[in-house]
Design a protein around this ligand. Sequence first.
Ligand code: TYD
Length: 204
Amino acid sequence: MGHLITFEGMDGCGKSTQARLLTEVLAAKGLDVVLTREPGGSPGAEEIRQLLVEGPPERWSAETEILLFTAARRDHMEKIIRPALERDATVISDRYVDSTRVYQGAARPELRALVDQLHDAVIGTDPDLTFIIDMDPAEALKRGLDRDSGEHRFEEMGHDFQDRVRKGFRALASDNPDRCRLIDGNRDVDAVARDIFRIAERNQ
Ligand code: TYD
């Protein structure tokens, strides 16, 4: 079986750039690497993504949102992640189940157990290594809103929500020290990337 490496953190933390840089370095070493993302990553899951990231924040209830994220992840797992792991590839996913734990858990803490139950029931595959990029929410929010992607549903939830998301990711990192590495994202891209490469190399 290959390796599943995930990147997590609040909107605008730079995880997508870091996921791409790590992919490039590992590919240059001759590894079979698949870079993917959530919500989305497979054609079916990308369709579900549009339902999730567009429209007003109150479009879906927290329960519906958890089911949609999990449905998207199941398709992504079946079509992209599992086949790649079975051929011994390294899969790098820009967000995965920890985003559901933290974002949907930040919105409705009592639903966190449901996220874990659904993950165990229909996904099952845990990452081997998770990079959690931690940074100042005000700075991250500014970066996120600067990018004009039209996908602002979560970013529009504002500063308090991003602050809860940050705390959620930090708690997740300390609860899962074997798999999670908290990375200081308040630095230039190269400094963050160097830390990530070093850790990924040690975990090969
Ligand atoms: P993403 O595409 O990673 O946005 P960005 O590249 O701007 O960071 O994710 C879109 C939004 O969906 C983001 O605000 C986080 C949120 N999200 C959840 O709330 N739960 C989830 O399970 C996932 C995967 C993402």
